[in-house]
Design a binder for this molecule. Sequence first.
Ligand code: ZN
Length: 388
Amino acid sequence: MPHSAIDDTKQILADLIAFPTVSADSNRDLIDYTKSLLEKTGARTKVIVSPCGKKANLFATLGPDIDGDIVLSGHSDVVPAEASDWTSDPFELREDDGLLYGRGTCDMKGFIAACLAMASHYASLDLKRPVHFAFTYDEEVGCFGARHLLEELPNFGIKPSVAIIGEPTELRVIEGHKGCYEYTTHFCGTDGHGSEPDKGVNAIHFAAQYITKLLDVGNEMKTRQHPSANRFDPPWTTVQVGRIEGGLARNVLARNCAVEWEMRPVDPKDGEDVKSVLSHYCDHTLLPEMQKVYPDASITTEVVGEVAGLQVVDENEARDIVCALTGHEHCEVVAFGTEAGLFQECGMSVVVCGPGSIAQAHQPDEFISIDQLSKCLDMLEGLSERLT
Ligand SMILES: [Zn+2]
């Protein structure tokens, strides 16, 4: 590892932590900072601004302008930090006994800092293959930035083949995770007197039938065989209703009801099937019944986020590269979602492997150990051989 890489990483991490890039707020200053650091090494950069203009992704490339090779990817946004729960300012890096504290240290500015510190090393090599850096916005609220970045890449003529997503895994090699799809389904009926339920459209009654159907589909999912999902716990696609809201009072028909639900597909086809069974049920059963009484009645499903799973596949170059670099012989699957599935959908081979522990992510006094950062630098340095 280059002599000063860990010092550079710590300095860059301190700078990154000082940008309070909570998902609700802008990340533009951080993106400008990473852009200028990478440009100093000679990287070609592209800033992809969000539709609202408040956020941006950065995509940068070192090495030849050819297809293929590796993307190092990390999200720039962090979850909120309640200062009163922290020992020190969450947006000021604090070092104590080999640990670096601050919001985002482990999830996942530590990885980004290590990538940025390694950029000057990569730039000093005679690169035969390109190495790309992808820093995204809005991962924590639905992976919107990564989706946007991946939509734009083909327009730039860039086609990487391997992606390493540096989410905190303590540098264990993760080759699969479930998807996470979240929805709110809104039922709109009419109000009326509780003594005459058939003269109105009680949104809660229809929402209840919808939930029953959803649970039936969920039970059917348990019977589906997905050999590649065996290592998940549980090894099938789950559905779950987490919140319902609607109605005014016991003796009034409910005009509105909202059902907040999610599913965690082990296979994209399950996700499509659940959605199509439910929309068929709404269009052919529930909605006609509602509209017989009140033609303006409606059912609409709002997509809160659809984060694709990372499918375990037999041939995975990214996994093989990272296993060789970290010395791990075994790969794992995890319960948490990442941007990895989106990269995989674009045809890349993908692995999740990064410094720090998911146990510290989203917590007060979030930290990463200097030891983990230094092991991450070793892994990134190991990529040099492949790139030259
Ligand atoms: Zn993360």
